[in-house]
Design a protein around this ligand. Structure first.
Ligand code: ZN
Length: 465
């Protein structure tokens, strides 16, 4: 971030979006929370941003291969719904998760199906340039004609190492060549089909991101983001076709940023790997979506992050403590950029976000300021507001009761219940001994655990608030 300077008045930011054929899972959402932090960081630095996130509703073949069925069509057959219904349903599920995770809405969410004519024009220009060839299965990009192919992924181009997910295609000249147009197989009629110079069929998956980003951000733009799983195939191919299309000798996009995987039970989470929890599973289990966001921000985006129950429990507890601590400071001032913000801790926040989006450091600085006995209330409010402008944890408005909304006593494990009941017995004892300060201390401790104690004539009762 220290080295970054935008190439235009507005920073163009493109994030690879979801293929809307199933519910997004927790691993998928890491990419969007990461892009959101990047966007908040740019705003913090005073750069206006135009953010585009695509919705892939056609063209993504099963297993990322170049041939065979489209993921949307398979889902439509499985669920006995139209492809349009499938796309609409899972697009909404994606938007719901973005909103729950407090991700700032992108300026545009283009859908691939709305850009097929432009994709055909794009592929036709590549054909004119002589960097493609035709096969019965479609139009292919000849990667041997792309200087520097695979540089982004530091691929071993000389050996033409076949990426694990690239499938064998009859007649393909190089293993890394990829489909720009996927022609219908004889006798097989696709549910989603368009006419093209290469016959009826559907666009190749990589084409949409090049076409839609250029349409909405201009031919060259500043930043492209995506999950690290896109780096070796999807992004390498986006670059190859875009630079061949523009043919101006310039790098197509100036900065590529990739977030690492979420790791579940030591396995990288990918859609094909079987059932993976999604945000709704967490909220049904009593976690607040902001606890998941906090968990994500507790790791650096370029590090793999272990998803464990203990880690999310810890995030939920930290969130509740944070909200309990900042509630009395509200209303917080509006701070979204570094300009004009107070010195000291805010400078530390600025240094942390500038150091490649060091969100764990920002969380640490925030906690430190909240423990600082010497900071003024006014100063603290600015620090909290500044930290939240970068973290997006809703520190300004999240209600403590919402954080614990779905928690009921039956969700607690026996050890937690035992701990709570021991504290209540201790408190009753302290009150008997008229040790009011000890009783208050215990009450505060119970409040931290989300426990509300009510004293009745027959003794204290408790519930989760
Ligand atoms: Zn993409």
């Amino acid at each position: 971030m220290q080295d970054f300077s935008p190439s235009a008045d507005v920073v163009g930011l493109y994030s690879c979006g979801p293929t809307v054929y199933s519910f997004p899972h927790l691993g998928n959402m890491r990419a969007y929370v990461f892009a959101d932090v990047l966007r908040r960081a740019l705003r913090w630095k005073g750069y206006p941003v135009r953010h585009v996130t695509n919705i892939t509703d056609v063209g993504h073949a099963v297993a990322d291969s170049d041939t065979g069925e489209d993921k949307l069509e398979v889902a439509a057959a499985r669920e006995r719904r139209s492809v349009e219904d499938i796309a609409a349903f899972y697009t909404k599920a994606f938007f719901d998760d973005l909103a729950a995770l407090n991700v700032l809405p992108a300026d545009e969410y283009p859908r691939a199906t709305a850009y097929v004519p432009q994709m055909i024009e794009f592929a036709a220009r590549l054909e004119e340039r002589g960097v493609t060839y035709r096969l019965p299965s479609g139009l292919y990009f000849d990667t041997s004609k792309s200087p520097g192919y695979g540089t982004l992924a530091m691929m071993d181009v000389a050996g033409q190492r076949e990426a694990a997910r690239v499938y064998y295609v009859e007649g393909r000249k190089n293993k890394t060549d990829f489909a720009l147009w996927r022609a219908e197989e004889p006798g097989v009629r696709r549910a989603m089909r368009w006419d093209s110079p290469w016959g009826w069929g559907a666009p190749g998956w990589h084409l949409e991101c090049s076409v839609m980003s250029m349409a909405l951000l201009g031919e060259h733009f500043d930043i492209h983001t995506g999950g690290v799983d896109h780096r070796e195939l999807h992004h390498v191919n986006e670059i190859a076709q875009s630079e061949a299309y523009l043919d101006d000798g310039l790098p197509w996009v100036r900065y590529w940023l990739h977030n690492e995987f979420l790791v579940l039970n030591n396995a990288k989470i990918a859609k094909s790997a079987g059932p993976v929890p999604r945000l709704a599973d967490l909220t049904e289990a009593g976690y607040h979506p902001m606890a998941y966001r906090l968990f994500l921000l507790g790791g650096h985006y370029r590090s793999q992050l272990d998803f464990t129950t203990q880690a999310v429990d810890a995030a939920q507890a930290t969130l509740r403590r944070l909200i309990a601590r900042v509630e009395p400071l509200r209303p917080l001032p509006l701070v979204t950029t570094f300009e004009g913000a107070a010195a000291g801790y805010v400078e530390q926040l600025d240094a942390a976000i500038s150091a490649d989006l060091a969100t764990p450091k920002i969380l640490a600085i925030l906690q430190e300021s909240l423990r600082d006995p010497d900071i003024s209330q006014e100063g603290l409010r600015v620090v909290v507001a500044a930290a939240d402008a970068l973290l997006g944890l809703r520190l300004a408005d999240l209600d403590l009761r919402d954080v614990d909304r779905r928690r009921s006593v039956s969700d607690l494990d026996p050890a937690e219940v035992e701990q709570i009941e021991r504290l209540i017995v201790d408190r009753t004892q302290a009150r008997k001994e008229r040790d009011w300060s000890r009783a208050d201390e215990i009450r505060a401790e119970l409040e931290k655990l989300g426990v509300q104690v009510t004293d009745t004539p027959t003794g204290p009762t408790w519930e989760l608030r």
